[in-house]
Design a protein around this ligand. Sequence first.
Ligand SMILES: *Cc1c(COP(=O)(O)O)cnc(C)c1O
Length: 391
Amino acid sequence: MNYRISRQAGSLSPSLTLAIDAKAKQMKAEGLDVVGFGAGEPDFDTPQHIKDAAARALAEGFTKYTPSSGIVELRQAIAEKFKRDNGLSYKPSQVIVSCGGKHSCFNAVMATCQAGDEVVIPAPYWLSYPEMVKLAGATPVVVPTTDATEFKITPEMLMAAITPRTRLFILNSPSNPTGTTYSAEELKALGDVCVQRDVLILSDEIYEKLVYDGAEHVSVASFSQAHQDHTILVHGFAKAYSMTGWRLGYMAAPEPIAKAVDAIQSHSTSNPTSFAQKGAVAALTGPQDHLKTWLAEYSKRRSYAHQRLNAMPGVSCVNAKGAFYLFPNISRLGLKSTEFCARLLEQERVAAVPGIAFGADDYLRISYATSMVNIQKGLDRLEHFVRSLAK
Ligand SMILES: *Cc1c(COP(=O)(O)O)cnc(C)c1O
């Protein structure tokens, strides 16, 4: 048998973040004292009332297929969330619940992109975006940015990357991996370019609630009806409610796109897990006070880590306003990011993700979604490693 792999699947690179996480976990299992800065998930538990709602649904026998786009109750709660938090009006029919925000992004790309299409992706990017675009048979057009501009793409850079083939612009603010959070003004200017050139925006707003220093998240869809009509808004429960393992996310999109995504789901995953959806209703309609505690904690860790990183010789780090990542520049230390992280893990037992995974080889990604004790210990070790290189 010739096990030929399809062109689309054959072109994929497996997720490096998941690989590093697996290596660190394996070292831990072998009894080694590894500090993990690799995590892309909150270290807090899912709030109890959300777990209770799912457990109740399970106990009450809510264990069967649901509509493929999600239960009406949840889609309504999501439409209300968009109204309340973002001033956006969506009909429940424009809202599709999926098996994670990642799945929503995937479906958005599948529903809109095909061979011959180009998708503009600013780098550093979330590592799954280009792979999703390749799976759809379309071509990622990566626009590099650096820490000198806080990893922000300008309207001019976006304009220059758009061609008659451009179908989609992928925007992620606050960003994974850099934490960069665009201001309302900057977002509007990028949105204006897309409206003017008739390019769709895939706006991944999963980190909406995780912003610091008084920064405010604004949705690019909220500036005008035209902006909303050009936007596929992706969101989820993973980050703001620490529900990564529940596999639930959602999108709101113009009706024809929502319809296409519903069809894709109906033939692939069917519905997102029934009782998990009941937990999600509780997440959106219940108390939100856990966020205050989490934000205070993240904020403390972020300030500490930022200050420590900048005090290391040869390292510089912009203080990002969102998510739970810092993205220090290591280019002056003479190692490319992959070797840097491999040696850091071997020699100092600290797991961080090399920037190359996000299209930026001069950096590493440090997640501060881990305890202050771990952060202190991990940064002590990183500093020891950096000093050995800087000598
Ligand atoms: C975590 C994350 C998501 C969504 O994750 P799910 O677990 O699939 O909900 C989407 N986009 C980015 C940039 C993320 O970091």
